[in-house]
Design a protein around this ligand. Sequence first.
Ligand code: THG
Length: 258
Amino acid sequence: MIVISERINGLFRSVMKAIDNKDEKFIQDLAVNQVEAGAHILDINTGPGVDNAPEVMTWLVKTVQDAVDVQLSIDTPKMDAMEAGVSASSSSVLINSTTAEAKKMETLFPMAVEHGSDIICLTLDEKGIPNDANSRCELAMTMVAKAMEYGIGPEKLYLDPLALPVGAAQDQGPKVLEALGMFKAISDPPPKTVVGLSNVSNNTKERPLLNRTFLVMMMASGLDAAIMDPSDTELVAAVKASEVLLNKKLYADDFLRA
Ligand code: THG
């Protein structure tokens, strides 16, 4: 499982405060802590509240890269902030994300080609979030085909079926699982799959339990990567147990420590 840390995100109050105060030490300590907890990639998001998103994104990317040496996922719906983050990075990033909207694909696929980036394809378009697995798959195919026109192969793509809060869209859980399975049949080799895990437990009382239960289910359906909190030790233990049970990692008596 590719672990993408969700924590460098202005949605978190403490991170928003650090952004406001240009507190490099706070951001760098958090980045180091996330990598030590097992993050392979750090998702970088300014949060919705900033009015100078390109500058904040540039500052976050440089601040984090002065402290750790892992791939960054540049997470923003704003094209100017995306361009700023991708350009500021000293190594190739994961673009988070395009949708199936023509304007976005026509901006972000060339940007990915220019910078050698990987890119997340969120299965939604101007009509919103699809309601079932088939329409998620149709949007995924549209994006995989369009990426190919730009010479971007499936090994650079992460398909995201968009996990939704169980309290608000309970019927979508099984549809996300079904879509994950279908995505793997889109191309050979298949694209990777990813979700924003904590979406599922938004505004619930049992966040850690819901997060780790859904993550295990999605891993069984073929999930390759998750934007999640690697400092949640029970969540990480569930990932390790799943990797052993799905025959992805060799069993050893001390697999939790491996
Ligand atoms: N897909 C892709 N990218 C994504 C998402 C996705 N990026 C953003 C998001 N979804 C994944 N990241 C988060 C980060 C934080 C939270 C949820 C998802 C979160 N934060 C607390 C909250 O809002 O309640 C912050 C509160 C606090 O503790 O201060 O839940 O789906 N491609």
